[in-house]
Structure formats: structure tokens, C-alpha cells
Design a protein around this ligand. Structure first.
Ligand SMILES: Cc1cc2nc3c(=O)[nH]c(=O)nc-3n(C[C@H](O)[C@H](O)[C@H](O)COP(=O)(O)O)c2cc1C
Length: 343
């Protein structure tokens, strides 16, 4: 089955949900162009989520995907936090920041009953998850209005696990992908698989439609994914320079230089592995660290450094999520990009 039949879209393209980088405007533009637009909710309060969903329902009659993280929030670990902050001491000194004055930062939240209450008002046609799935009770609430459910798999084992839990399609997220790795059965970044190898193996291993994600940036890439047996694709990075994305100027500038800058998978910014453009922090500390507080708590200690550096025009401490293939990033309307992605 192709995803056009599963979702009722015209095109086999899902615009990847990208928390912190886009809201309803991008989702609406892609939906109206015939793809599946996505609203990421990991960084939205229930009121903000409601406002975004109202904007979407007012602007397009097309089906929509609403996306959530489903991690278990960790108990704060004061010792680990102190160790991490101590390891950043030279940066705090350089920027005149007092460690005891670092305020709490906004955190990424998982799917909860409160979020399900808001969704029920809108009954989105598709709901997708990252980092596994929420509890059966919450899943049943999403099923109750007939939503199609998706989640990301980064290994064959994760794809089988998702199939056994009753999702309707699996997003095969290859190692090339920008943003957080959806990995949930393994913490070993070293054994993560590229899109070409992952899609083919998952297509063979499960009986559900498989959506390819990671490094797909043009119509040739989409055609290649479909030729591997994918039912559709999920594209993130390529949409980041569209005017509908909400990224800050420094991030935008870094993406324009992406052809000359490396990307790497790093856990420094949030505590979970995610792919982004290599910046000063990643270069000097190495992209992975065992000192980092558990997801999503790691973000707090970096927030004041990021703010200070950004005010001076530097992206030294800014998370610059980006996949390995930024060649599709163009400053063109998202509708145009969506149509251009179709083989
Ligand atoms: C800036 C950015 C933010 C992302 N945020 C999310 C998110 O909130 N939820 C999610 O399921 N995936 C997220 N992802 C991962 C995408 O769903 C997808 O796997 C990835 O973008 C595909 O690879 P590509 O970036 O090479 O197209 C994000 C990706 C990027 C680039």
C-alpha cells in the first residue's frame, strides 16, 4: 500500500515534524500542496497546541499529522547535573555566566492524557510518535477516533516491536536523518543503520507500509526510496530553509553553509543522540559525552551559553539539527518544494 491510500493524500510525501523549527504554517502549506503536513508538539503547551490545530483546521481541509515524543521523563539527578555544569565551567567563565544563576529551561514533553484531551477536539487523521510509543491506554485513546498511527524505527528490531504494538505504518529513520534519533530499544549509536540498508530490511521484516526517512532531499531520492519498497517518504532537513519554517537567522545561515560544514550525531544538547551541524561545542567536547544529564534535562545547562553566544552572532552552543544531505534546502515556498520532491 502507498501512503497516499493510507492517509488520503495526493503525494507520497510526509513533511517531517520538526519541533522547535516549525509550526502550523509549514504543515498547512504542505497539506495544501498535496503532501502530509505535520505539527510537532514536543515543545508546545496544551494551549499552544490547541491554537496551532485551530489554525490548521481553519486553513486546510486536508489530512494532518500531529507528532509527539514519548520518552519517560527522568528523575532529576543533582550529582550528574553538577558534574555536567562543572565540565562547562570554562565556557561559563568566558561568557560571564554564574552557574548558580542558570534558570530552568523549557523542556521537551512526552505525549500525555492532557495532550490526548486536546487532540480529541480535533481528531487529527494521523498521529506519529518518536522514541517508541506511549502507554496502551493513551494509544487506545488515539485509536478511538480512527487516527492512523505511525512511529519511527531505527533498527529492524524496533520495527518489529512497533508492528507487534499495532501501529499502522513504520517510519524507517536512517542514520543520515537530521534531528533526534528515534531509537528506543538500543542506546548504541555505533550500530545505527543508514537509510538504504534500513528501509530494505524493514520492508522485508514486517507486513506494514514502510516510510523512508533520512537523507532524502530531491525527486531522485524519493524515487530511490520507493524503488526500495518504501510506501512513501518523510523529509525534514530539505524544508528548513522554506519561508514557512520558524528557525532563527543564525541557524538559517548555518544551513546555507551546510555544504561546507560537517554534521554529526551528538547528545550534548538534550541528552539524546541527534544529528546536527558540527559547531564549537561539538568540536571541542566531542559530539557524544557520558557526563550529559538524561534527556531532556541536558538542555538547561547550555541555555544561557547559547543565549550569550547568539547575542554575539555565534552558533557555538546552538543546536543546529540537520541531516547529512542538506542539498535540498532551498529558500522556496514549501508547496513548491513538496511538488518538486515528487518523482
Ligand atoms: C530540525 C529537525 C527537528 C526534528 N524534530 C522532530 C520531531 O519533533 N519529531 C520527530 O518525530 N522527528 C523529528 N525530526 C526527525 C524527522 O522526523 C526525520 O526523521 C528526519 O528529518 C529525516 O531526515 P532528513 O532530515 O535527512 O530529511 C527532526 C528533524 C529535524 C531536521
Amino acid at each position: 500500500m502507498r501512503i497516499e491510500d493510507l492517509f488520503g493524500t495526493e503525494l507520497p510525501i510526509i513533511q517531517a515534524p520538526m519541533a522547535g523549527s516549525q509550526g502550523s504554517a509549514l504543515a498547512i502549506a504542505v497539506a495544501n500542496a498535496g503532501g502530509l503536513g505535520s505539527l510537532p508538539c514536543a515543545m508546545l503547551t496544551p494551549d499552544a497546541m490547541r491554537a496551532e490545530l485551530q489554525a490548521i483546521r481553519a486553513s486546510t481541509p486536508r489530512p494532518i499529522n500531529v507528532n509527539f515524543f514519548c520518552h519517560t521523563p527522568p528523575a532529576p539527578d543533582a550529582e550528574r547535573e553538577a558534574r555536567w555544569r562543572a565540565s562547562l565551567a570554562s565556557y561559563y567563565d568566558e561568557h560571564g555566566i554564574r552557574v548558580d544563576q542558570i534558570p530552568a529551561a523549557p523542556v521537551r514533553v512526552p505525549f500525555t492524557a492532557t495532550a490526548a484531551d486536546v487532540l480529541e477536539e480535533f481528531e487529527p487523521e494521523v498521529v506519529s510518535f518518536h522514541f517508541g510509543l506511549p502507554s496502551d491506554e493513551l494509544l487506545n485513546r488515539v485509536r478511538s477516533w480512527g487516527a492512523t498511527m505511525l512511529s519511527s524505527a531505527t533498527t529492524v528490531a524496533e520495527a518489529r516491536w512497533l508492528e507487534a504494538r499495532g501501529v499502522d505504518a513504520v517510519i524507517a529513520q536512517g542514520l543520515e536523518a537530521g534531528g533526534h534519533r528515534g531509537m528506543f530499544l538500543s542506546e548504541d549509536v555505533g550500530t545505527q543503520v543508514g537509510t538504504l540498508a534500513l528501509v530494505r530490511q524493514i520492508v522485508r521484516a514486517i507486513d506494514l507500509p514502510v516510510i523512508a526517512a533520512g537523507g532524502i532531499a530531491d525527486a531522485q531520492g524519493v524515487a530511490a526510496a520507493l524503488a526500495l519498497g518504501a510506501a512513501g517518504v518523510q523529509v525534514g532537513t530539505a524544508y528548513l530553509l522554506c519561508p514557512e519554517a520558524t528557525i532563527a537567522p543564525l541557524y538559517r545561515a548555518a544551513l546555507k553553509e551546510a555544504a561546507t560544514r560537517d554534521t554529526a550525531v551528538t547528545n550534548l544538547f538534550t541528552g539524546r543522540p541527534a544529528r546536527g551541524i558540527v559547531n564549537r561545542l561539538m568540536r571541542e567536547r566531542g559530539p557524544m559525552s557520558s557526563d550529559v544529564p538524561a534527556f531532556p534535562l541536558a538542555a538547561a545547562a547550555l541555555a544561557p551559553l547559547r543565549a550569550q553566544a547568539e547575542s554575539r552572532g555565534h552558533d557555538d552552543f546552538t543546536q543546529l539539527w540537520c541531516g547529512q544531505n542538506a542539498s535540498g534546502c532551498k529558500e522556496i515556498p514549501a508547496a513548491e518544494l513538496t511538488r518538486a520532491l515528487c518523482p
